[in-house]
Design a protein around this ligand. Structure first.
Ligand code: FMN
Length: 328
């Protein structure tokens, strides 16, 4: 199946994934100008009571800056941006945020934690497309039945709320029946891994944790540094902190006075993804990350990270192309 217009003409087939708190207009604009889809969760735009709606201001700025950039660079235009909606009953802002995204004609909508027909219809009403993230084949079927245009397969090793399935198994099962847009999420931090996602059958990759260690990301320097210094064995999979299984940096859990090797199980009835996520104060500095961060060696501007991934991607492509004759 041909990809929708929004997903064609990227510099490399990569989406910078939405990161709670961390993704902001600076990061999104830098990602899009560098040629990959940049995204942010709508809930990251939080105004104080009585202040103008921040999501409006963010979308106005992103649309204007990218329009200006495209006029100045007609041969190498920016990639489109995406807004992530958390479709969970605790998100009391969902309806308002959908209206704002319709008003600003958001081109790509990423939905998480729930598939709903009306969100897909809202995106389609302004020519947008929706990508729904799923951790297994059953949820993938549900999302497509509800009208999503494409899927993000969130496999084991992804940062934030992650699945438990091997990316090989997950992509294989979804591709057995779905030929629409499919992006793979989980530990993609190099161009080699991005090409591997395509070799498996996905159309592209979805990378989050590597972008935490960028200058634009809204994260504390200590968090960025911990990403730089950590590797796969520093990550623990737990449902304690949000009620949903996810991957976290062990050193941040230890710093909060807990033993990352012996974490309790959570109470799922306490799940809250609304504006006021009540958490013990000591959890504020428990930091999410996927397993792919061994590839992250320094904090750099987002454009430089995209340059590195793009360089590796094309080098990996050539390396493998050179091997085709040997196996044919
Ligand atoms: C700190 C952090 C926050 C995240 N917040 C969100 C979020 O608000 N919405 C969402 O759909 N995904 C969120 N994710 C998941 C990512 O979108 C994506 O699936 C993941 O980062 C990909 O794996 P990687 O980090 O190994 O690249 C988050 C991930 C991290 C690490």
């Amino acid at each position: 199946m041909t990809l929708p217009a929004q997903l064609q003409n990227l510099r490399i087939p990569l989406i910078g994934s939405p990161l709670f708190i961390i993704s902001n207009p600076d990061l999104v604009i830098a990602q899009c100008k560098a040629g990959i889809i940049g995204s942010f969760p709508a809930l990251n735009a939080r105004e104080k009571d009585g202040d103008p709606i921040l999501l409006e201001a963010w979308l106005t700025r992103i649309n204007e800056e990218l329009d200006r950039y495209n006029q100045a660079n007609p041969d190498t235009p920016a990639a489109p941006y995406a807004v992530n909606q958390i479709v969970h009953r605790s998100n009391t802002r969902l309806e308002r945020d959908i209206e704002i995204c319709v008003k600003h004609k958001v081109p790509v909508w990423i939905t998480s934690l729930g598939a709903r027909v009306e969100v897909n219809e809202a995106a389609h009403s302004v020519g947008g497309i929706t990508l729904h993230d799923v951790i297994n084949d059953r949820f993938a079927h549900k999302a497509i039945e509800k009208g999503a245009d494409g899927l993000i397969a969130v496999a084991a090793g992804a940062g934030g709320h992650a699945g438990a399935l091997s990316p090989l198994a997950l992509v294989q099962e979804i591709r057995a029946w779905f030929d629409g847009p499919l992006f793979l999420s989980g530990s993609i931090a190099t161009g080699d891994a991005l090409l591997a996602a395509q070799a498996m059958g996905a159309d592209g990759g979805y990378a989050g944790s590597a972008f935490i260690a960028t200058e634009e990301a809204n994260a504390e320097d200590r968090y960025k540094q911990m990403i730089v210094e950590s590797g796969a064995s520093d990550i623990v999979y737990s449902d304690l902190f949000t009620g949903v299984w996810g991957n976290y940096l062990k050193p941040s859990i230890a710093a909060a006075g807990m033993d990352p090797e012996n974490l309790e199980r959570s109470d799922p009835s306490k799940m809250n993804f609304g504006e006021s996520r009540e958490k013990p104060k000591s959890w504020k500095e428990i930091w999410g990350s996927g397993q792919g961060i061994g590839a992250v060696k320094e904090v750099v501007p987002a454009a430089k990270l995209v340059d590195r991934i793009a360089g590796e991607y094309f080098a990996a492509f050539e390396r493998l192309s050179g091997q085709v004759a040997r196996y044919r």
